[in-house]
Design a protein around this ligand. Sequence first.
Ligand code: NDP
Length: 448
Amino acid sequence: MAIKNAYLLDLLERTKQRNANEPEFIQAVTEVFSTLEPVIEQRQDLVDAGVLERIVEPERQIIFRVPWVDDKGVFHVNRGFRVQYNSAIGPYKGGIRLHPSVYLGIIKFLGFEQVFKNSLTTLPMGGAKGGSDFDPKGKSDGEIMRFCQSFMTELYRHIGADLDVPAGDIGTGAREIGYMFGQYKRIANEFVGVLTGKGLVYGGSLARKEATGYGLCYFTHEMLQANGMSFDGKTVLVSGSGNVAIYACEKATEYGAKVVAMSDSNGYVYDKDGIDLDVVKQIKEVERKRISEYVKYRKNAEYHEGCKGIWTIPCDIALPCATQNEIDGESAKILAKNGCKVVSEGANMPSTPEAIDTYFEAGMLYGPAKAANAGGVATSGLEMSQNSMRYSWSFEEVDAKLHDIMKSIFKACDEASKKYGMPGNYMAGANIAGFIKVAEAMKAHGNV
Ligand code: NDP
């Protein structure tokens, strides 16, 4: 969507100049601005309070050295980041990404998105993100532990249960959170809910592991129903085979869909009979191997090198659950041509601007990440509540709360899209609903 409002155009230009080497961050800001025009035109008070100038600038950006030693005794140095983006509505909250592609621009884009996403959850959480350019692939448990301990040895001074509560993201699962929590507890000498995604035996929440994938399907289910459709009998593509992808596949299958493909950063598998998720869990969660192994267990399945090819498989619903910009304009056109009617995002910003334009042109339903994948952070919020109460809810209780939250997120997106004259544009609805709450809080706090 093109931006016409002169104030937004000018601020976007200044934001581009100040962050010229961070294309992912600019992409995320441009997308949000492209939908805020009707709000800005009605709410001069928010412009006068400088809310937009402040919202594009993180409150605090921390960059630090992470030295560690590998199993052969060789020294390594990675770069650690924590961007505490916005604390207007609660303590900073957002995951830690461990991936070689990580640099400040990726963490800033993720932190910016997190602000609106956390606002949509209805829970009191500000937005943050962190990570490192460390590559966990192929590392031993000992190497992962030494890296995580070194990372936390610096990070611990910047976080706290009422200040900033990190969680998992790409490359940071239960194992990494465990090592980081252990090191925090040791240095800070306190046992508090300073991280979420913890193991169940030391303060983790039931259903946190499943939450982002399940939540994605709960949101998508609401969106489908509101438009006279359902998962039942539909053919679904799920990219990735990590935490989000696995539990999206599980819930979509429970809803009666047939997931026929999954992927990793090397390639994808196509199983026309429907993905056998037990096999994927065994390969990915237990053995930590590549998705190519899948065809050893399922003789009728095919493996193809390269991840983009997954979007050439005919489907009704696409659930991108791997990484940013994994669906470009070309892939989106192929999806539309093959009859795909719905794209709903488990990953953060998996669609390029050209892909999003294609979804709208083709009349597809589009569930944007900051609403559709908010179930993970919402359940992290529920983990924080349980930790504060020194109490834990059953799987069913957490799952029911997650389900309610995803319903209310869809409702908020739907209502905002209608109120501001863009019915059915859930991207605009998510941006507007998420923005207004944070903006009101920022205005109330004065110019801080
Ligand atoms: P995982 O590390 O568990 O899994 C990531 C998956 O995506 C892996 O299969 C990985 O393959 C694949 N992948 C990574 N990079 C690429 C790439 N360039 N091309 C193709 N595939 C790739 O991460 P999560 O499942 O936790 O996160 C996935 C996405 O969901 C991310 O965008 C994350 O920010 C988002 N998200 C996660 C939440 C959570 O609760 N975990 C919450 C909200 C959003 P490989 O193993 O080869 O790297």
